[in-house]
Design a protein around this ligand. Structure first.
Ligand SMILES: [Zn+2]
Length: 563
């Protein structure tokens, strides 16, 4: 199977290629040096942009939470569906698409790898079943570990090495990829109808603080040599004034940076960048956060951009989702996942004319434009929390064009417009910046060595967009850019042509990437621990791990740890 992509404008930031006209050779699913041109199938990419396949570091697409959202919201699907074709299965949208539809829609935008960010360990099997059913993409998932009872207990006892071995056990048992922390300590407190409000608050029954959880798991992350940093949804998310908590969260691990690897990833930062005392006085805290990130190298973040649309919010942050339900009066689900974590779901519509929503819209873009280094902030909507992932091309247009921002600003709530930092920001991102924020940077911070670039040996995941960077001025012709990124001309997944002119021409499965963590001694699983699994969990210790047969196409990454 040989494929030659000819004459495209190649954007491959990890290999310092910035729009050069080049050919790209593919054999057996990998990028290779030149080969016998006559034998190869050819794609003429003249006048088009060639990039590595898109990588999404944070999108809720599978598992119990997502599936409950699908059940809660039949109205989400009525007007948005996919017909069955000879190649593809039918399915429904809109903000919580069914699994197959999710795969097709990402693929049609040139995306090839996605990360599902919140998996309660107890629901790992369900999550993997749905990931198996999501075609066209390689995928991975992050177990929620910030409020796991055993984690809290080890932290209370100060046993960091033992905690590291335990995290290694749970990561490998649940076939996870990174440590996810959501509102650290707040989810445990929520079990008692409470929350935590600062990094120094006491967590009920454990005599530790959110700061202890963040620092402890950050140390564990290093001991285990995990490819990605701790992936953190901050305390006080969605609350006015929370930018201060975000700054404190980043500061709390400043001293834990090593080997030039980021120590912490702040996810969907927009929701954690609010200044002001209450909703009436809400303002953007983007400048303060960007200033901090510009001066420090231990942080990466993703945007969590808001789109003016109807969507569904879903997080493991139970207390936040309950507050949102009370604020909006919308229907909702809250769920306590035994002794592990919580979750909540509330439908939501972001409105241009709402002061708060318009400020949120502005904050996401301000962060992306004020953080100077595109390797530090990535394009997401926290799908579906800020809006469905199908809106990414819209965000690309806003980032590349002041005119595009202006056109949306015209229709915003006037008070929000007058407070937005965007009119004073003239920065317009380049295609290379976009390649970093939507693939190269995400792959790099995830430690996915074969993704996000087009060097020899990389996975042959490629996106080709029908826009000519020499004759198109994205600043003015942003609609053409948006259209091109919305409807990939070609998507190649693992060396196979899967999308042609926005149509799926071949269905492929994609693999599930997970960490096989090798510790020098195994985690201590004693009788007392097994007893507690029996008493406090509905699933016994022996049934807990996700066995190999659950993963249809398994791609373990073996990591030698320091414990
Ligand atoms: Zn999220």
């Amino acid at each position: 199977m040989e494929l030659l992509i000819k004459n495209g404008f190649v954007y491959d930031p990890l290999n310092s290629i910035d729009g050069e006209i080049m050919d790209l050779a593919i054999r057996d699913g990998k990028i290779v040096d030149r080969f016998n041109e006559r034998r190869a199938e050819k794609i003429d990419a003249s006048g088009m942009i060639v990039m590595p396949g898109g990588v999404d570091i944070h999108c809720h697409i599978a598992g119990a939470e997502v599936n409950t959202g699908r059940l809660l919201r039949p109205e989400d699907h009525f007007r948005d569906f996919e017909y069955k074709t000879a190649i593809t299965r039918s399915g429904v949208g809109h903000s919580i698409p069914s699994t197959f539809t999710t795969g097709y829609r990402y693929s049609r935008m040139g995306y090839t790898t996605i990360m599902n960010p919140s998996m309660p360990p107890l629901e790992a099997k369900h999550t993997h079943e749905e990931l198996n059913d999501t075609p066209m993409l390689d995928k991975a998932t992050y177990p929620l570990l910030g409020d796991w009872w055993f984690v809290l207990e080890y932290l209370k006892n100060g046993s960091i090495d033992e905690l590291a071995r335990h995290v290694a056990w749970i990561m490998t048992s649940t076939k996870g990829y990174a440590i996810k922390i959501v509102n650290p300590g707040g989810l445990e407190a929520w079990g008692y109808g409470q929350n935590v409000h600062s990094l120094g608050d006491q967590i009920p029954n454990f005599c530790i603080t959110p700061r202890d959880i963040i620092r402890g798991l950050c140390k564990v992350n290093k001991l285990l040599n995990l490819p990605h940093a701790i992936h953190v949804h901050t305390n006080n998310l969605g609350q006015p004034g929370n930018y201060a908590t975000t700054l404190e969260t980043m500061e709390s691990v400043e001293d834990l940076v090593s080997e030039n690897k980021p120590a912490i990833h702040i996810t969907h930062c927009q929701f954690s960048a609010f200044k002001g005392e209450d909703w009436r006085t809400l303002e953007s805290g983007a400048e303060e956060i960007a200033n901090y990130v510009n001066c420090h190298s231990h942080v990466t973040m993703d945007m969590g951009q808001v789109i003016f649309a109807d969507t569904t919010t879903m997080t493991a942050d139970g207390p936040f989702q309950f507050d949102l339900h009370r604020l909006t009066g919308n229907k909702w689900v809250n769920h306590d996942v035994e002794t592990e974590t919580s979750a909540g779901i509330v439908p939501f519509r972001y409105r241009r004319k709402s002061y708060v929503h318009a400020i949120q819209w502005s904050i996401g873009l301000e962060l992306a434009l004020l953080v100077k280094d595109p390797w530090k902030i990535f394009l997401t909507t926290d799908h579906p929390n800020g809006g469905p992932f199908t809106n990414y091309p819209r965000i690309i247009a806003w980032l590349m064009s002041k005119e595009a921002r202006k056109a949306t600003m015209k229709r915003l709530n006037p008070r929000a417009r007058s407070r937005s930092l965007l009119p004073s920001t003239s920065r317009e991102l380049t295609f290379q910046d976009i390649a970093i924020m939507t693939r190269a940077g995400q792959a790099k911070t995830l430690g996915l060595d074969n993704k996000g670039h087009l060097g020899v040996g990389a996975d042959a995941d490629v996106a080709i967009y029908n826009v000519n960077p020499k004759t198109t001025d994205p600043s003015q012709q942003y609609k053409a850019v948006r259209k091109a990124f919305k409807h990939a001309a070609y998507t190649i997944k693992g060396g196979k042509l899967v999308v042609k002119q926005d149509r799926i021409v071949q269905q492929v499965n994609g693999s599930t990437i997970w960490l096989d963590l090798q510790t020098s001694e195994p985690a201590e699983i004693n009788e007392d621990m097994k007893r507690r699994f029996r008493e406090y969990w509905t699933v016994e210790y022996d049934n807990y791990p996700v066995s190999d047969h659950y993963i249809e196409s398994s791609q373990p990454v073996t990591v030698r740890t320091r414990v």
